[in-house]
Design a protein around this ligand. Structure first.
Ligand SMILES: [Zn+2]
Length: 80
């Protein structure tokens, strides 16, 4: 899937959630940032923009902290 298609799909999904009125704007912003990989919650993104010295996950130190790692793979978040 091309980046523009992914971005359009993510934007469409967020627009649907906003229209439903069930999520706040801040929640939608966080979701969009995670879906696009441009989130200040991600060490990988902060490293990419020069705000961190490493992209390694500060929670487990096992992999680069990207959205997929943070949400699905990080062993430090398996307790939820
Ligand atoms: Zn981790």
């Amino acid at each position: 899937m091309a980046l523009t298609t992914k971005t359009t799909t993510a934007a469409s999904a967020v627009a649907t959630v906003i229209a439903s009125g069930s999520w706040t704007r801040d929640q939608c912003v966080t979701l969009t940032q995670l879906r696009t990989g441009h989130s200040p919650l991600l060490a990988g993104y902060l490293y990419w923009i020069g705000r961190r010295d490493s992209a390694i996950c500060p929670h487990c130190n096992e992999a680069d902290e990207m959205a997929e790692h943070l949400v699905l793979q990080c062993p430090a978040h398996n307790q939820a």
